[in-house]
Design a binder for this molecule. Structure first.
Ligand code: UTP
Length: 410
């Protein structure tokens, strides 16, 4: 365990000595708590505030990337589904649910998956996802191993909820939970925020660390023993998400490419969605705010948007490649968020507007570490109903409408 002097030495390297301001007035347990946190936290993430050190700010040359379109898929669906189902039956596919986020935009104080999306029916977000996965389980007559990433903040709530609800009919032998890493939060001056005199404000470090967290949790051995070759990673908040979709898995296998990403055609050039494209010849995702006006409106030879295919956070990765890139450093994104904190008068404040930065790595950056990626176009209205906000765009309301339109009783 760190002692007082070493803690101060580490913090002074990063200009964060204020963290120890109240140390001498803490009791022994609180002192231990604070020193324990300082020991565990990787403060080097703060270097990313320095634009020059933030590798993320430098991007390569972008070029459009085509997709297997809805029409292509319709023509080959039988073959794709057959190949995908064979892989699932042979135990070669698993799914990873990214559920470590805090869902601050929704403003729900429990894990987002516990949100009741049903109006008359007692239907929860987690339940929608399990129901969707069950369609595949029935078709393949085989359980798909499901790994659920939580964070320290929502792990026990999530596990208890699944137990209480009997895993919504899923086979618990095929479900595992693992906890992602945390990162410190800072104010707009780059000073680490405190939650109390003995507690540093930390938050989940983004969804990009899912594979390394899974490895640290000791689950890779199990994955390899089971013979899993493909992992479908998906977000908690898309209630129409097709998970371990045999057509998608089959198309990626048949294509011989190293990974796949489900995409939807952009509704209009200005839609705020990341686009699957090429960056210096490698697959990549360009965020909407990184696209120039020219890129946004560029047309291809058919008069369609050249940068047309928006990602919906549903990717298929190959386990061998994931192992190879596991230790690669991922770009760190700095995001502005509302972060509860202790102010200079030692009062606990819950801000109503963003008051600082969090540091996140993103799963989409893993796409750029792949040699190739198949963009697989799906019908937006059938597969994309994200619950990000309480009202308005991508909200509880819009998701409910889409569920109804797809025949789900809510
Ligand atoms: P979002 O980017 O929507 O973030 O996550 P969020 O934290 O859930 O919500 P806001 O921005 O605070 O409103 C996309 C997906 O990545 C997961 C989320 O649970 C969601 O499935 N995620 C996000 C993690 O698993 N860990 C994280 O640290 C962040």
């Amino acid at each position: 365990m760190l002692d007082r002097e070493n803690a101060i030495r580490i913090l002074s390297e990063y200009g964060q000595e204020h963290i120890m301001k109240y140390y001498d007035e803490l009791n022994d347990d609180e002192k231990k708590e604070l020193l324990g946190q300082i020991e565990l936290i990787d403060f080097s993430v703060l270097d990313n505030l320095d634009a020059e050190k933030n590798s993320n700010s430098v991007r390569g040359t972008f070029a459009p990337l085509g997709a297997v379109t809805i029409n292509d898929i319709a023509k080959n669906s039988e073959e794709y589904i057959k190949t995908g189902l064979e892989a699932i039956k042979a135990g070669k596919a698993a799914a990873v649910l990214l559920a470590g986020g805090q869902g601050t935009r929704l403003g729900f104080d429990k894990p987002k998956g516990m949100f009741r999306i049903g109006v008359d029916e007692e239907l929860y977000i987690f339940q929608c996802l399990i129901n969707n996965l069950m369609d595949v389980v029935k078709l393949a007559d085989a359980w798909v191993p499901l790994y659920i990433m939580t964070s320290e903040k929502n792990n026990s709530d999530t596990i208890n909820f699944f137990r209480e609800k009997n895993y919504f009919g899923y086979n618990p032998d095929y479900v595992r939970f693992f906890i992602q890493d945390m990162a410190p939060s800072v104010d707009f001056n780059g000073k680490v925020l405190m939650e109390s005199k003995s507690k540093i404000s930390i938050s989940p470090n983004g969804n990009g660390g899912w594979f390394s967290s899974l490895v640290r949790a000791g689950l890779l051995d199990e994955i390899k023993t089971k013979g899993v070759e493909w992992i479908n990673v998906f977000a908690v908040d898309n209630v129409l998400q097709r998970i371990a979709d045999p057509g998608f898995i089959g198309a990626v296998i048949k294509s011989g490419l190293q990974s796949g990403g489900k995409v939807v055609s952009k509704a209009d050039p200005d839609e705020r969605v990341g686009v699957l494209c090429l960056e210096d010849g490698m697959p990549s995702i360009v965020e909407y705010y990184e696209m120039t006006e020219e890129m946004r409106t560029l047309l291809d030879e058919n008069g369609e948007l050249a940068y047309k295919y928006g990602v919906i956070l549903n990717y298929l990765f190959n386990v061998s490649k994931l192992e190879e890139i596991c230790d690669n450093k991922m770009p760190v994104h700095i995001v502005d968020k509302k972060i509860p904190y202790m102010n200079e008068n030692c009062e606990f404040i819950t801000p109503d507007k963003p008051n600082g930065h969090k540091f996140e790595t993103l799963v989409l950056d893993m796409v750029h570490m792949q040699d190739s990626c198949l963009a697989y176009e799906v019908v937006r209205e059938k597969e994309f109903a994200p619950v990000k906000n309480a009202t308005g765009v991508d909200s509880v309301e819009t998701a409910r409408e889409l569920l109804k339109a797809n025949g789900v009783k809510i």
